[in-house]
Design a protein around this ligand. Sequence first.
Ligand code: PLP
Length: 386
Amino acid sequence: MGEFLAAIQGSNLGGGDHAAALMDQQVVNWCKEMIGFPASASGTLVSGGSMANLIGLTVARNQKSGVDVREHGVGALEKPLRFYGSDQIHGCHRKAMEALGLGNCALRRIRSDSGLRIDIGALRSAIAEDRSAGFRPACIVASAGTVNTGAIDDLAAMGTLAAEEDLWLHVDGCIGALLAIAPENAYRVAGIERAHSVALDPHKWLHAPFEAGCALVRDAAAHRKAFSVTHEYLETTARGLASAPWLHEYGLQTSRGFKALKIWMSLKEHGIEKFGRLIDQNIAQARYLTDLIEAEPVLELVAPTTINIVCFRYRRHRFDHAALKSINTEIMLRLQEEGIAALSDTTVHGEHCLRAAINNHRTRRGDLEFLVKEVIRLGDNIVNGC
Ligand SMILES: Cc1ncc(COP(=O)(O)O)c(C=O)c1O
Protein backbone atom coordinates (compact mmCIF):
# COMPACT_ATOMS: atom_id res chain seq x y z
CA MET A 1 0.00 0.00 0.00
CA GLY A 2 2.83 2.40 0.92
CA GLU A 3 4.65 1.67 -2.34
CA PHE A 4 1.43 2.18 -4.28
CA LEU A 5 0.62 5.50 -2.63
CA ALA A 6 4.20 6.73 -3.00
CA ALA A 7 4.14 5.84 -6.69
CA ILE A 8 0.94 7.67 -7.47
CA GLN A 9 1.81 10.62 -5.23
CA GLY A 10 5.17 10.94 -7.02
CA SER A 11 7.19 13.16 -4.68
CA ASN A 12 10.88 13.84 -5.25
CA LEU A 13 12.72 13.48 -1.95
CA GLY A 14 15.84 15.31 -3.09
CA GLY A 15 14.54 17.74 -0.52
CA GLY A 16 12.16 20.64 -0.25
CA ASP A 17 9.56 21.94 2.16
CA HIS A 18 6.72 19.50 1.68
CA ALA A 19 5.00 16.73 3.62
CA ALA A 20 6.83 13.82 1.99
CA ALA A 21 10.23 15.32 2.91
CA LEU A 22 9.06 15.78 6.50
CA MET A 23 7.96 12.15 6.63
CA ASP A 24 11.36 11.07 5.28
CA GLN A 25 13.03 12.97 8.11
CA GLN A 26 10.55 11.55 10.62
CA VAL A 27 11.48 7.99 9.60
CA VAL A 28 15.19 8.81 9.90
CA ASN A 29 14.52 10.28 13.34
CA TRP A 30 12.70 7.11 14.40
CA CYS A 31 15.67 5.03 13.20
CA LYS A 32 17.98 7.20 15.31
CA GLU A 33 15.74 6.71 18.35
CA MET A 34 15.56 2.96 17.79
CA ILE A 35 19.32 2.51 18.08
CA GLY A 36 19.89 5.17 20.74
CA PHE A 37 21.55 7.78 18.52
CA PRO A 38 21.24 11.41 19.66
CA ALA A 39 18.65 13.69 18.07
CA SER A 40 21.53 15.79 16.70
CA ALA A 41 22.68 12.89 14.47
CA SER A 42 21.77 12.80 10.79
CA GLY A 43 20.72 10.07 8.43
CA THR A 44 19.38 9.22 5.04
CA LEU A 45 17.16 6.55 3.53
CA VAL A 46 18.80 4.61 0.73
CA SER A 47 18.14 1.47 -1.29
CA GLY A 48 19.59 -0.97 1.22
CA GLY A 49 22.49 -1.94 3.42
CA SER A 50 25.11 -1.85 0.69
CA MET A 51 24.41 1.81 -0.03
CA ALA A 52 24.04 2.63 3.66
CA ASN A 53 27.48 1.15 4.34
CA LEU A 54 28.93 3.09 1.41
CA ILE A 55 27.59 6.32 2.93
CA GLY A 56 29.12 5.54 6.34
CA LEU A 57 32.50 4.52 4.90
CA THR A 58 32.61 7.63 2.69
CA VAL A 59 32.19 9.91 5.70
CA ALA A 60 34.79 7.84 7.58
CA ARG A 61 37.30 8.15 4.71
CA ASN A 62 36.79 11.89 4.40
CA GLN A 63 36.96 12.58 8.12
CA LYS A 64 40.05 10.47 8.75
CA SER A 65 42.05 11.08 5.56
CA GLY A 66 43.94 14.14 6.80
CA VAL A 67 43.48 15.86 3.41
CA ASP A 68 40.59 17.35 1.47
CA VAL A 69 39.83 14.12 -0.31
CA ARG A 70 36.71 15.52 -2.00
CA GLU A 71 38.70 18.22 -3.69
CA HIS A 72 41.96 16.44 -4.37
CA GLY A 73 41.07 12.77 -4.45
CA VAL A 74 42.82 9.80 -2.88
CA GLY A 75 45.99 10.58 -4.86
CA ALA A 76 46.58 13.40 -2.38
CA LEU A 77 46.65 11.10 0.69
CA GLU A 78 49.91 11.43 2.61
CA LYS A 79 49.69 7.83 3.80
CA PRO A 80 47.52 4.99 2.50
CA LEU A 81 44.39 4.54 4.65
CA ARG A 82 43.54 1.27 6.35
CA PHE A 83 40.06 0.05 7.30
CA TYR A 84 39.44 -3.05 9.44
CA GLY A 85 36.67 -5.62 9.67
CA SER A 86 36.44 -9.31 10.48
CA ASP A 87 36.91 -12.12 7.97
CA GLN A 88 33.10 -12.47 8.17
CA ILE A 89 32.44 -8.95 6.83
CA HIS A 90 29.77 -8.57 4.13
CA GLY A 91 30.90 -8.33 0.50
CA CYS A 92 29.42 -4.84 0.07
CA HIS A 93 32.35 -3.41 2.05
CA ARG A 94 34.74 -4.63 -0.60
CA LYS A 95 32.65 -2.87 -3.23
CA ALA A 96 32.61 0.28 -1.09
CA MET A 97 36.41 0.24 -0.68
CA GLU A 98 36.80 -0.13 -4.42
CA ALA A 99 34.31 2.66 -5.17
CA LEU A 100 36.04 4.93 -2.65
CA GLY A 101 39.31 4.54 -4.53
CA LEU A 102 41.01 2.91 -1.56
CA GLY A 103 41.03 -0.60 -3.00
CA ASN A 104 40.15 -3.96 -1.58
CA CYS A 105 43.56 -4.43 0.10
CA ALA A 106 42.96 -1.34 2.23
CA LEU A 107 40.26 -3.32 4.08
CA ARG A 108 42.15 -5.68 6.38
CA ARG A 109 40.17 -8.77 7.28
CA ILE A 110 40.92 -9.69 10.87
CA ARG A 111 40.46 -13.31 11.92
CA SER A 112 37.28 -14.22 13.73
CA ASP A 113 37.16 -16.38 16.85
CA SER A 114 35.19 -19.61 17.33
CA GLY A 115 32.04 -17.52 17.81
CA LEU A 116 32.70 -15.83 14.42
CA ARG A 117 33.33 -12.49 16.16
CA ILE A 118 36.30 -10.31 15.35
CA ASP A 119 39.36 -11.19 17.45
CA ILE A 120 39.96 -7.92 19.31
CA GLY A 121 43.59 -8.77 20.15
CA ALA A 122 44.34 -9.47 16.49
CA LEU A 123 42.60 -6.20 15.53
CA ARG A 124 44.70 -4.24 18.00
CA SER A 125 47.91 -5.84 16.68
CA ALA A 126 46.96 -5.16 13.05
CA ILE A 127 46.41 -1.46 13.80
CA ALA A 128 49.80 -1.19 15.54
CA GLU A 129 51.52 -3.10 12.75
CA ASP A 130 49.99 -0.82 10.10
CA ARG A 131 50.94 2.35 11.95
CA SER A 132 54.57 1.27 12.17
CA ALA A 133 54.55 0.23 8.50
CA GLY A 134 53.52 3.77 7.44
CA PHE A 135 49.79 3.29 6.89
CA ARG A 136 47.09 5.52 8.36
CA PRO A 137 44.51 3.43 10.25
CA ALA A 138 41.17 5.17 9.67
CA CYS A 139 38.12 3.07 10.42
CA ILE A 140 36.94 -0.07 12.18
CA VAL A 141 33.87 -1.74 10.70
CA ALA A 142 32.01 -3.77 13.32
CA SER A 143 29.46 -6.35 12.23
CA ALA A 144 26.28 -6.36 14.30
CA GLY A 145 25.01 -9.60 12.83
CA THR A 146 27.24 -11.17 10.18
CA VAL A 147 25.66 -12.37 6.99
CA ASN A 148 27.08 -15.90 7.37
CA THR A 149 26.05 -16.76 10.91
CA GLY A 150 24.55 -13.67 12.58
CA ALA A 151 27.55 -13.28 14.91
CA ILE A 152 27.79 -9.92 16.64
CA ASP A 153 31.19 -8.34 17.18
CA ASP A 154 32.00 -6.97 20.62
CA LEU A 155 30.71 -3.46 19.94
CA ALA A 156 31.66 -2.09 23.35
CA ALA A 157 35.29 -3.29 23.04
CA MET A 158 35.49 -1.96 19.49
CA GLY A 159 34.10 1.40 20.62
CA THR A 160 36.80 1.61 23.29
CA LEU A 161 39.53 0.59 20.84
CA ALA A 162 38.31 3.12 18.24
CA ALA A 163 38.40 5.87 20.87
CA GLU A 164 41.91 4.88 22.04
CA GLU A 165 43.23 4.77 18.48
CA ASP A 166 41.26 7.80 17.22
CA LEU A 167 39.51 5.73 14.56
CA TRP A 168 36.05 5.98 13.05
CA LEU A 169 33.72 3.23 14.25
CA HIS A 170 31.20 2.17 11.63
CA VAL A 171 28.68 -0.51 12.57
CA ASP A 172 27.25 -2.67 9.81
CA GLY A 173 23.93 -3.30 11.50
CA CYS A 174 22.06 -4.37 8.39
CA ILE A 175 21.00 -7.56 10.12
CA GLY A 176 21.33 -6.73 13.80
CA ALA A 177 21.05 -2.99 14.53
CA LEU A 178 17.31 -3.31 15.08
CA LEU A 179 17.91 -5.85 17.85
CA ALA A 180 18.03 -2.63 19.87
CA ILE A 181 14.19 -2.61 19.84
CA ALA A 182 13.79 -6.29 20.81
CA PRO A 183 13.23 -6.53 24.58
CA GLU A 184 14.88 -9.95 25.03
CA ASN A 185 17.82 -9.40 22.69
CA ALA A 186 18.68 -5.70 22.81
CA TYR A 187 21.62 -6.43 25.13
CA ARG A 188 23.41 -8.11 22.22
CA VAL A 189 24.01 -4.74 20.52
CA ALA A 190 24.87 -2.73 23.62
CA GLY A 191 27.41 -0.13 22.56
CA ILE A 192 25.97 0.45 19.08
CA GLU A 193 25.00 3.95 20.18
CA ARG A 194 28.72 4.79 20.49
CA ALA A 195 29.33 4.29 16.75
CA HIS A 196 30.19 7.20 14.48
CA SER A 197 27.98 5.72 11.78
CA VAL A 198 25.55 2.83 11.44
CA ALA A 199 23.98 1.07 8.46
CA LEU A 200 20.65 -0.63 9.00
CA ASP A 201 18.04 -2.27 6.83
CA PRO A 202 14.32 -1.60 7.31
CA HIS A 203 13.78 -4.19 4.53
CA LYS A 204 15.00 -6.87 6.92
CA TRP A 205 13.67 -6.68 10.48
CA LEU A 206 11.23 -3.81 9.92
CA HIS A 207 9.63 -6.06 7.27
CA ALA A 208 9.52 -3.18 4.75
CA PRO A 209 9.19 -4.25 1.12
CA PHE A 210 12.47 -3.99 -0.83
CA GLU A 211 14.15 -1.53 -1.14
CA ALA A 212 14.76 0.28 2.16
CA GLY A 213 18.09 0.93 3.88
CA CYS A 214 19.20 3.67 6.24
CA ALA A 215 22.57 5.27 6.99
CA LEU A 216 22.95 7.16 10.27
CA VAL A 217 25.87 9.44 11.14
CA ARG A 218 26.44 10.78 14.66
CA ASP A 219 28.16 13.98 13.46
CA ALA A 220 25.60 15.57 11.14
CA ALA A 221 28.04 18.26 9.97
CA ALA A 222 30.60 15.62 8.91
CA HIS A 223 27.84 13.75 7.08
CA ARG A 224 26.71 16.80 5.16
CA LYS A 225 30.29 17.84 4.44
CA ALA A 226 30.87 14.51 2.70
CA PHE A 227 28.13 15.01 0.11
CA SER A 228 26.94 18.60 0.05
CA VAL A 229 27.13 20.44 -3.26
CA THR A 230 25.27 23.70 -3.80
CA HIS A 231 23.98 23.66 -7.33
CA GLU A 232 22.85 26.94 -8.84
CA TYR A 233 19.57 25.24 -9.77
CA LEU A 234 19.00 23.99 -6.20
CA GLU A 235 19.68 27.05 -4.10
CA THR A 236 17.85 27.43 -0.81
CA THR A 237 15.23 30.19 -0.68
CA ALA A 238 13.69 31.99 2.28
CA ARG A 239 10.21 30.67 1.52
CA GLY A 240 8.53 28.21 -0.78
CA LEU A 241 9.47 24.68 -1.79
CA ALA A 242 13.23 25.23 -1.53
CA SER A 243 13.19 26.69 1.98
CA ALA A 244 13.94 23.41 3.83
CA PRO A 245 17.28 21.57 4.15
CA TRP A 246 18.17 19.61 1.02
CA LEU A 247 18.05 15.88 1.66
CA HIS A 248 20.29 15.14 -1.35
CA GLU A 249 23.16 16.67 0.61
CA TYR A 250 23.38 13.52 2.76
CA GLY A 251 24.06 10.97 0.05
CA LEU A 252 24.94 10.32 -3.56
CA GLN A 253 21.50 10.60 -5.12
CA THR A 254 19.93 13.90 -6.15
CA SER A 255 16.38 12.80 -6.97
CA ARG A 256 15.12 10.37 -4.35
CA GLY A 257 11.93 8.33 -4.19
CA PHE A 258 9.41 8.34 -1.36
CA LYS A 259 10.73 5.16 0.34
CA ALA A 260 9.85 6.66 3.69
CA LEU A 261 6.11 6.27 3.23
CA LYS A 262 5.96 2.47 3.45
CA ILE A 263 8.14 2.50 6.60
CA TRP A 264 6.19 5.40 8.10
CA MET A 265 2.88 3.65 7.48
CA SER A 266 3.90 0.31 8.94
CA LEU A 267 5.46 1.90 12.02
CA LYS A 268 2.30 3.96 12.55
CA GLU A 269 0.10 0.92 12.04
CA HIS A 270 2.02 -1.62 14.12
CA GLY A 271 4.31 0.38 16.43
CA ILE A 272 7.91 -0.30 17.30
CA GLU A 273 6.99 -2.69 20.14
CA LYS A 274 5.39 -5.17 17.75
CA PHE A 275 8.45 -5.19 15.47
CA GLY A 276 10.64 -5.71 18.54
CA ARG A 277 8.52 -8.70 19.60
CA LEU A 278 8.77 -10.17 16.08
CA ILE A 279 12.56 -9.97 16.24
CA ASP A 280 12.51 -11.83 19.56
CA GLN A 281 10.13 -14.35 17.99
CA ASN A 282 12.47 -15.04 15.04
CA ILE A 283 15.39 -15.51 17.43
CA ALA A 284 13.40 -17.92 19.62
CA GLN A 285 12.48 -19.83 16.44
CA ALA A 286 16.14 -20.05 15.43
CA ARG A 287 16.89 -21.44 18.91
CA TYR A 288 14.09 -23.98 18.43
CA LEU A 289 15.46 -25.01 15.03
CA THR A 290 18.90 -25.35 16.61
CA ASP A 291 17.48 -27.66 19.30
CA LEU A 292 15.74 -29.78 16.63
CA ILE A 293 19.02 -30.09 14.71
CA GLU A 294 20.97 -31.03 17.83
CA ALA A 295 18.47 -33.81 18.54
CA GLU A 296 19.02 -35.44 15.13
CA PRO A 297 22.09 -37.72 14.81
CA VAL A 298 22.37 -37.10 11.03
CA LEU A 299 22.38 -33.31 11.35
CA GLU A 300 25.05 -31.13 12.86
CA LEU A 301 25.41 -27.46 13.63
CA VAL A 302 28.33 -25.84 11.88
CA ALA A 303 28.33 -22.53 13.77
CA PRO A 304 26.87 -21.33 17.06
CA THR A 305 23.40 -19.82 16.64
CA THR A 306 23.42 -16.27 17.95
CA ILE A 307 20.32 -14.66 16.51
CA ASN A 308 18.12 -15.70 13.57
CA ILE A 309 20.62 -17.57 11.38
CA VAL A 310 21.18 -21.31 11.74
CA CYS A 311 24.13 -22.97 9.96
CA PHE A 312 23.96 -26.73 9.82
CA ARG A 313 24.45 -29.73 7.55
CA TYR A 314 23.33 -33.24 6.88
CA ARG A 315 26.16 -35.56 7.80
CA ARG A 316 26.99 -39.24 7.63
CA HIS A 317 30.45 -40.09 8.89
CA ARG A 318 31.52 -42.15 5.91
CA PHE A 319 31.56 -39.04 3.67
CA ASP A 320 34.49 -36.65 3.36
CA HIS A 321 34.19 -32.83 3.11
CA ALA A 322 33.83 -32.72 -0.66
CA ALA A 323 31.10 -35.35 -0.63
CA LEU A 324 29.28 -33.58 2.21
CA LYS A 325 29.38 -30.35 0.26
CA SER A 326 27.85 -31.95 -2.79
CA ILE A 327 25.15 -33.76 -0.74
CA ASN A 328 24.20 -30.58 1.14
CA THR A 329 24.22 -28.47 -2.02
CA GLU A 330 21.87 -31.00 -3.59
CA ILE A 331 19.63 -30.88 -0.49
CA MET A 332 19.48 -27.08 -0.77
CA LEU A 333 18.63 -27.20 -4.47
CA ARG A 334 15.89 -29.78 -3.97
CA LEU A 335 14.43 -27.77 -1.05
CA GLN A 336 14.26 -24.76 -3.35
CA GLU A 337 13.05 -26.60 -6.45
CA GLU A 338 10.40 -28.61 -4.62
CA GLY A 339 9.15 -25.40 -3.00
CA ILE A 340 9.82 -26.64 0.53
CA ALA A 341 12.08 -23.91 1.90
CA ALA A 342 14.34 -21.13 0.66
CA LEU A 343 17.60 -22.01 2.39
CA SER A 344 20.95 -20.76 1.15
CA ASP A 345 24.39 -22.21 1.77
CA THR A 346 27.68 -20.79 2.94
CA THR A 347 31.10 -21.80 4.20
CA VAL A 348 32.06 -21.04 7.79
CA HIS A 349 35.74 -21.37 8.77
CA GLY A 350 36.18 -23.79 5.88
CA GLU A 351 33.07 -25.89 6.59
CA HIS A 352 30.31 -25.86 3.99
CA CYS A 353 26.78 -25.76 5.40
CA LEU A 354 23.13 -24.97 4.83
CA ARG A 355 22.02 -21.57 6.11
CA ALA A 356 18.52 -20.86 7.37
CA ALA A 357 17.84 -17.16 8.04
CA ILE A 358 14.49 -16.69 9.76
CA ASN A 359 13.22 -13.21 9.01
CA ASN A 360 9.52 -13.68 8.45
CA HIS A 361 6.67 -12.85 10.78
CA ARG A 362 4.67 -15.75 9.32
CA THR A 363 7.21 -18.47 10.17
CA ARG A 364 5.82 -21.02 12.65
CA ARG A 365 7.51 -23.76 14.66
CA GLY A 366 5.70 -26.33 12.51
CA ASP A 367 7.52 -24.94 9.45
CA LEU A 368 10.84 -25.60 11.15
CA GLU A 369 9.84 -29.14 12.18
CA PHE A 370 8.84 -29.77 8.56
CA LEU A 371 12.15 -28.34 7.33
CA VAL A 372 14.19 -30.69 9.53
CA LYS A 373 12.14 -33.69 8.43
CA GLU A 374 12.54 -32.77 4.77
CA VAL A 375 16.30 -32.15 5.01
CA ILE A 376 16.73 -35.64 6.45
CA ARG A 377 14.41 -37.20 3.86
CA LEU A 378 16.25 -35.50 0.99
CA GLY A 379 19.68 -36.28 2.45
CA ASP A 380 18.77 -39.98 2.88
CA ASN A 381 17.42 -40.09 -0.69
CA ILE A 382 20.59 -38.53 -2.08
CA VAL A 383 22.98 -40.87 -0.23
CA ASN A 384 20.85 -43.82 -1.33
CA GLY A 385 21.16 -42.68 -4.94
CA CYS A 386 17.57 -41.47 -5.41
C1 PLP B 1 25.67 -7.76 7.31
C2 PLP B 1 25.15 -7.24 6.00
N1 PLP B 1 25.66 -6.11 5.50
C3 PLP B 1 25.23 -5.59 4.34
C4 PLP B 1 24.26 -6.21 3.61
C5 PLP B 1 23.83 -5.62 2.31
O1 PLP B 1 22.55 -5.15 2.44
P1 PLP B 1 21.58 -4.96 1.16
O2 PLP B 1 21.39 -6.33 0.58
O3 PLP B 1 20.36 -4.40 1.79
O4 PLP B 1 22.27 -4.04 0.23
C6 PLP B 1 23.68 -7.39 4.08
C7 PLP B 1 22.63 -8.10 3.33
O5 PLP B 1 22.21 -9.17 3.66
C8 PLP B 1 24.15 -7.92 5.31
O6 PLP B 1 23.66 -9.08 5.80
